[in-house]
Design a protein around this ligand. Structure first.
Ligand code: ATP
Length: 236
């Protein structure tokens, strides 16, 4: 569905992605694992059109995304749930959700119907609909970030480290939500440092190390313990 080919992205002279290729398959959960600084967030920002790739291509069902503006990419259904949630702290939960549907703001009836769906999915957000988003707990803010992305009617959800900074029990709750979205047949690209948790849910996974994809396959195909320990401990 989303094909990433030989993407190179740099910050000035610092090359962060050094020719990354991977496939995000329709109706599946594809995970990208890798240690700190491997380039995971850079890849999400590049796909989302926030950072510009120096070379390479990214296609959604054959249509080139490379070089498009970030709001155009959202309009095509490639929607990001950013790291550290980035909810609008002074806006209410309800207004944060409505903001997620900005690309269809003229379709008021559709937006209100989607808002109802999201509030049905996350009862905790319904209880707090009039509360300022900045006063939510970390886990609730993560739910809000997912809900806001769903308001954009995503064809592909790009999730950047949704478990960062959350207590283990909340991480389980967030992964249960991700598992539910996967079971509904949604297409998800999940970037995670929490490799063990992510591999319990992934259909496919890739390992990114220092800007290079060093492994791609299905969980169960390989001895992950060994692979991940080597990557994360820098033993290669
Ligand atoms: P983490 O898990 O810690 O978020 P990551 O895998 O998401 O790491 P990136 O944040 O994509 O990694 O960073 C990849 C590389 O690019 C790192 O070497 C980092 O120092 C560098 N980098 C990231 N942002 C910038 C920036 N704004 N300016 C310069 N270098 C940057």
């Amino acid at each position: 569905m989303l094909e990433i080919r030989d993407i190179r992205t740099s910050y000035g002279k610092i090359a962060a992605l050094k020719g990354v290729s991977l496939d995000i398959r329709e109706g599946g959960l594809t995970c990208l694992l890798g240690p700190n600084g491997a380039g995971k967030t850079t890849l999400i920002w590049t796909i989302a059109g926030i950072l510009r790739a120096q070379s390479g291509s990214m296609t959604l069902d054959g249509e080139e995304l490379t070089g498009l503006k970030s709001h155009t990419i959202v309009g095509k259904g490639v929607v990001t749930v950013p790291e550290n949630r980035l909810v609008f702290p002074e806006m209410t939960v309800r207004d944060n959700l409505i903001a997620g549907a900005f690309s269809r703001r003229k379709d008021k009836t559709g937006v209100m119907a989607d808002l109802e769906d999201v509030l049905q999915r996350f009862p905790r957000l319904r209880e707090r609909a009039s509360q300022e988003a900045g006063t939510l707990s970390g886990g609730e803010q993560q739910m809000l970030a997912v809900g806001r992305a769903l308001m954009a009617r995503p064809r592909v959800l790009l999730m950047d480290e949704p478990s960062t900074g959350l207590a283990p029990i909340i991480v389980e709750e967030i992964f249960a939500i991700i598992g539910q979205l996967r079971d509904e047949g949604r297409t998800i690209f999940l970037v995670e440092q929490n490799a063990h948790m992510a591999l319990d849910y992934a259909d496919h996974f890739y390992l990114l190390e220092q800007g290079h994809v060093t492994f791609g396959g299905r969980p169960g195909e390989v001895d992950h313990e060994e692979l991940i320990a080597q990557a994360y401990l820098g033993a290669r």
